[in-house]
Design a protein around this ligand. Structure first.
Ligand SMILES: [Ca+2]
Ligand SMILES: [Ca+2]
Length: 208
């Protein structure tokens, strides 16, 4: 009898230990993001490091995470944390993107921030070159320059119906700075923050 109680106690302890860990793995959060990038790593053309980085804090990615809300299960929340997010730029078109794949189809969430302010938040499927939307919608969300977080609230039916236990893979946040079309200057990406040097990149398991 004594042995059995000890057995049950050990089992309870094990479950209590395992559950919170599993909880962290399935739901992303600012504390446990899917992607954790390095800082001070915005690069010229995405290739060449430079200093100082003080003028580029508004495109320096810190992390990206995905979460869901049980009272809003038909939506996926994509979050991008920037070192110092601003709601307008001085002269550049700043592009903020998170892309991922579900069942080998690529999707992305994006927004541009111009000197005049931000565009709508977009999300949808993208082409194989990952340059253009094949299909997109304008989605809800937030550009929160106080907490430095952009959030896209994306209806799951616009991104391939991810459902319970599906895996979102190849989660890639990236930022780009170029002159806006109105400047007449060629619209090359002059500065980029890419996640190839990230400290953590992991998949997201859909909860609902
Ligand atoms: Ca960064
Ligand atoms: Ca980076």
């Amino acid at each position: 009898m004594k042995k059995k109680i000890v057995g049950i106690f050990v089992c309870t302890l094990l479950i209590a230990t395992i559950l919170p860990i599993t909880g962290n793995v399935i739901a992303g959060s600012e504390e446990d993001p899917e992607v954790k990038d390095r800082i001070f790593d915005v690069k010229l053309f995405g290739l060449f490091p430079f200093i100082p980085q003080s003028n580029f804090k508004y495109v320096d990615i810190i992390s990206a995470w995905i979460n869901e809300e049980s009272d809003n299960p038909d939506y996926l929340y994509m979050n991008l944390k920037i070192r110092d997010l601003e709601e307008t730029t001085e002269k550049f078109d700043a592009i903020y993107v998170i892309s991922w794949t579900l069942n080998s189809v690529a999707y992305s969430a994006s927004v541009h921030i111009f000197p005049e302010g931000p565009t709508a938040l977009l999300a949808g499927s993208i082409d194989e070159e990952r340059n253009d939307y094949v299909d997109y919608i304008i989605c809800d969300g937030d550009i929160d320059s106080i907490n430095d977080i952009i959030t896209w609230i994306i209806p799951k039916d616009s991104i391939g119906y991810p459902s319970n236990a599906n895996k979102l893979e190849n989660i890639v946040p990236h930022t780009h700075l170029r002159y806006p079309e109105s400047s007449g200057i060629p619209m090359w990406d002059l500065f980029k923050d890419l996640p190839w040097n990230a400290k953590i990149i992991k998949d997201y398991i859909v909860q609902f």
